[in-house]
Design a protein around this ligand. Structure first.
Ligand SMILES: [Zn+2]
Length: 314
C-alpha cells in the first residue's frame, strides 16, 4: 500500500526566511485644519508688501513600501518582522511612473558609492542628486535636457530653531517634508527647470539667517519642532516673517505634517542601525522610523534602514 501523507513521520516545518528591503515612505495625509493670515512687515521708512499665508495642517500616517523577496508591498502601522541579520545596502535606482511608489522597479545590485551601483552612478537620478546636493550646475543642465516635463518646488521650512531652504521634485514634496523635522513649510516657487530651482534655492539660502540645512543639526531641529508649544497661528506668522525677510511678498501655500500617534522619545534619540529581533512598525516622522520591540520603543534613522537588506524570519 502506498504511504499517505498521514502516515509519514511528522517533520518540523523548515525555517522560512525572506529578504525584506524597505524602499520608500508613503505618506497618507488627512487635512485637519487651515490657518490664514496676512503679514505686513514694517521698516523704518515705509511699509512693505503683504505676505499672505494659507497653512494646511495635515495628520500624517506613513506606510512603508517594502520589497518582500521579489514583490513590492505596502505595509502600515502594526507590520511585524523578525530581523535576524542585516545584509548589504542595495542600489536606490528605480524606474516607474512618478508618484506611484508601488509601481517602481528597483535595482537589485549592491550599492558601491553614494547609494548607487556602478551601473547607475551616472543615471538621471544620480545626476539629479548631484544637481540638488552639490554645486554641480552642469548636472542640473543635463537633468533639464533629460526631464523636460518635470516640475520643481523651492520651499522654506520653519523648524522652530530657524529656517531652511530646500528644493524637490513637485510630486515628492510631502515625502520630502516627512523626511525632515519641521513645524511648517511654505512653497516659495514652482519651476520647470532644475537649474533655475537650484539657483533660486542657493540665492535664498545665502540670505542672512537662512541655510540649505547646514548649520543646525537634525537633533536640534527635531527637538525644536517636536517639543514646540507654538500654536499653528504663531507658526504661520513665523513662516510669513521668514518669507518677508527673504524679500518676498504675495500669496503662499504652506503645509505642516503632524505625526499621528507617534511617540516623541524614540524620534528624539534614534539608533543608526536597525536592531535585530522582533520589530513592529509604528510610525515615521522627521526622517525617523519608530518600531516597538519587546525591550521598548526604538527610533531608527531612515537612512540606516532604507535600501538595506533585512534577512527576516517569518
Ligand atoms: Zn543600480
Amino acid at each position: 500500500m502506498a504511504a499517505t501523507a498521514r502516515q509519514l513521520p511528522k517533520r518540523v516545518p523548515p525555517l522560512m526566511t525572506s529578504r525584506v528591503v524597505i524602499r520608500a515612505l508613503y505618506p497618507k495625509l488627512e487635512e485637519v485644519d487651515t490657518f490664514e493670515l496676512e503679514y505686513r512687515p514694517y521698516t523704518l521708512f515705509a511699509t512693505r508688501d503683504t505676505v499672505h499665508i494659507k497653512l494646511h495642517v495635515y495628520h500624517v500616517d506613513a506606510s512603508l513600501v517594502v520589497e518582500d523577496n521579489d514583490s513590492l508591498v505596502e505595509v502600515g502601522r502594526g507590520w511585524r518582522l523578525h530581523a535576524r541579520s542585516l545584509g548589504p545596502r542595495l542600489c536606490r535606482y528605480h524606474e516607474g511612473p512618478r508618484g506611484e511608489p508601488l509601481k517602481q522597479r528597483w535595482c537589485h545590485a549592491i550599492a558601491v558609492k553614494g547609494g548607487w551601483c556602478a551601473r547607475h552612478l551616472s543615471s538621471p537620478l544620480a545626476l539629479y542628486e548631484r544637481c540638488t546636493a552639490s554645486n554641480d550646475f552642469d548636472a542640473c543642465r543635463a537633468i533639464d535636457a533629460l526631464w523636460p516635463d518635470e516640475e520643481y518646488i523651492v520651499y522654506l521650512v520653519y523648524h522652530g530653531a530657524g529656517f531652511k531652504i530646500g528644493v524637490t521634485r513637485a510630486w515628492r514634496f510631502y515625502t520630502r517634508l516627512l523626511e525632515q523635522p519641521h513645524l511648517a513649510a511654505a512653497v516659495i516657487a514652482r519651476l520647470r527647470s532644475a537649474l533655475e530651482a537650484r539657483k533660486l534655492e542657493k540665492k535664498l539660502a545665502s540670505t542672512r539667517g537662512f541655510s540649505e540645512g547646514i548649520g543646525v543639526s537634525r537633533s536640534v531641529r527635531m527637538r525644536a519642532s517636536l517639543l514646540s508649544k507654538r500654536g499653528y497661528d504663531v507658526v504661520a506668522r513665523s513662516l510669513a516673517e521668514g518669507i518677508a525677510r527673504l524679500g518676498l511678498s504675495g500669496y503662499f501655500e504652506a503645509y505642516s505634517l503632524t505625526p499621528l500617534d507617534c511617540p516623541v522619545q524614540p524620534l528624539l534619540s534614534p539608533l543608526r542601525e536597525l536592531p535585530r529581533g522582533h520589530l513592529e512598525y509604528l510610525c515615521t516622522w522627521g526622517g525617523i522610523l519608530v518600531f516597538r520591540m519587546s525591550s521598548g520603543l526604538v527610533g531608527v534613522t531612515r537612512d540606516a534602514v532604507i535600501h538595506r537588506v533585512i534577512n527576516a524570519q517569518q
